[in-house]
Design a protein around this ligand. Sequence first.
Ligand SMILES: Nc1ncnc2c1ncn2[C@@H]1O[C@H](COP(=O)(O)OP(=O)(O)OP(=O)(O)O)[C@@H](O)[C@H]1O
Ligand SMILES: [Mg+2]
Length: 271
Amino acid sequence: MHEADLTHKPTFTQTNICAAGDLASNPEGVPRSRPVLNNTNKPLTVALVNQKGGVGKTTLAYHLAAAAHLDRKRTLVLDLDSQGSALDWFAARTEKSPLYGMAVAKVDVPLTRAAFMQLTEGFDVVILDAPARLGNMTRAAAVAADVVVIPLQPSPLDLWACSDTIETLDSADEIREQLGDSPVRRLAVLNRAQANTKIARSACAAVDFAELLGVTVHQRVAFAVAATTGETVLTTDPRSAAAAEIWDLYGAILKALTTDTATDKEVLATC
Ligand SMILES: Nc1ncnc2c1ncn2[C@@H]1O[C@H](COP(=O)(O)OP(=O)(O)OP(=O)(O)O)[C@@H](O)[C@H]1O
Ligand SMILES: [Mg+2]
């Protein structure tokens, strides 16, 4: 039934898609670790989802894509949000940017699996930036993804606001089951955290709907500043603590994807 809902051809801004093979070289000293992806034809697909606005879906989507791009993966960001924030971010980038060659496209309708495969062919990593509004778009993203990452601000209000997101992921899992896929892996990451271990610890204990990653991204003005020039903290300030957090997050997500269970203490938070 849901597949029938998703039969439209995708529309995307063709002019904003760069050649996948046009990969920029790594700026000196950026990556500290270089995780290796599985050698399959299907791109590794990560969807950033949360019905709550402003939790950092777009920020983390763009930064994870930048990490993959700098890690020499052919990387595509699909902006599923009608606000088009990821596309705007991308449009602010200059031709001299180290992110040149990273592709960003806006998708206006939920994609069928066939359309998704066609659109993402040739890429190693696909990052899906879901809208705050829940519905077919978010569900289709969770059907297509290998893993969903739920950014959470470490506050009780934000954690309580997750129930509808989880319901949407449950309904995506029903579609996945019909397609012969296992349930989508659900990871959560604390973003915009202040240096307050008590709040972080109680947030940690409250996340029982996903596997909470052991990496926390803190509130840092560098994230917003980088966006003004279409850049990321990986490219504006590669040796910063902010950049280190993003590399750690990228590594943790890849590591989680290569483990079957939620028991990897190196990747997951220990509360
Ligand atoms: N770790 C961070 N430190 C500082 N600012 C951040 C951080 N993460 C996100 N922000 C800022 O928070 C605001 C909202 O972030 P973002 O647009 O990524 O959220 P979103 O979940 O995509 O929102 P929406 O649901 O509206 O699409 C932006 O101004 C962004 O620069
Ligand atoms: Mg957004």
